[in-house]
Ligand binder design. Sequence first.
Ligand SMILES: [Zn+2]
Length: 305
Amino acid sequence: MTIPHELVVAIDVGGTRLKGALVDAAAHRSHEENRPTPRGKSPDAVVDAIVAFATELTERGSRAGGTVAAAGVVVPGLIDESKGVALLSANLGWRDLPLRSMIESRLPLPLVFGQDIRAGGLAEFRLGAARGAGTALFVPVGTGIGAAMFVEGRPMSGGGLAGEIGHVAVDPAGAPCGCGRRGCLETVASAAAVMRRYTERTGRAASGGEIARLAGSGDPDARTVWDEAVDALAAVLATCTTLLAPEVIVLGGGLAESGGLLLDPLRGALDARLTFERRPRLARAELGDRAGALGAALLAWERLR
Ligand SMILES: [Zn+2]
């Protein structure tokens, strides 16, 4: 007699893609698959896509001799995990949406519902660049900037409102931000901001990675834009360090793919701002864009245990 291989279904809902996986108790992914997120459709269309995807992954797991015991679904934005509500998800156009119950009513599996950045952070904290740390920050720097905080081994979510590091103001007279304030970190240091600011100076379009490389090779416009982004990030991470004393800060998202072009100057700029504080280790995320789905699986396994 063979012992059924227990699995969970994990789905990371992004603005453009649904990333799905079947994951066992040792966090091994036996299958991974991406699909487009229905764009410009009602929340129901997205829920339909999530339910269909989870159902098909469950069937695939069964055909492979496994038993799917739970599902983890994580979504972007301000997410209250305890209530199962998407408070605000700008890129999907959701507001106060009872997403957990919408999915749960149609999916015959125990469901854990979470936020993508906190789930990605959980994966980095347990399995990736922050493993072994007690207090750590995970900071994805992509189109926006967010943070997942683990304080003495526990995730901090603040009813879905904590960790909005991208909306810490760094320049009160700066560019308007989508949140209604001016000069938020996101308006200076996100990949989108770096690209916008480079184009404003030069009239040319370039990706975040190209701007990082141009800055590294001494292009003065790229250098100015990149240095301002690094300084703004360092200022906010220094405040986080003073407040939380993290042992490690993990940088993820598109801009962290620039590796040393971001981490080396950021380490110097952060170091220059700290005095008595313990210097956190700055590390590049290890799990890439799979972190969210892996974190969703970890949440589902935590529920089962
Ligand atoms: Zn803002």
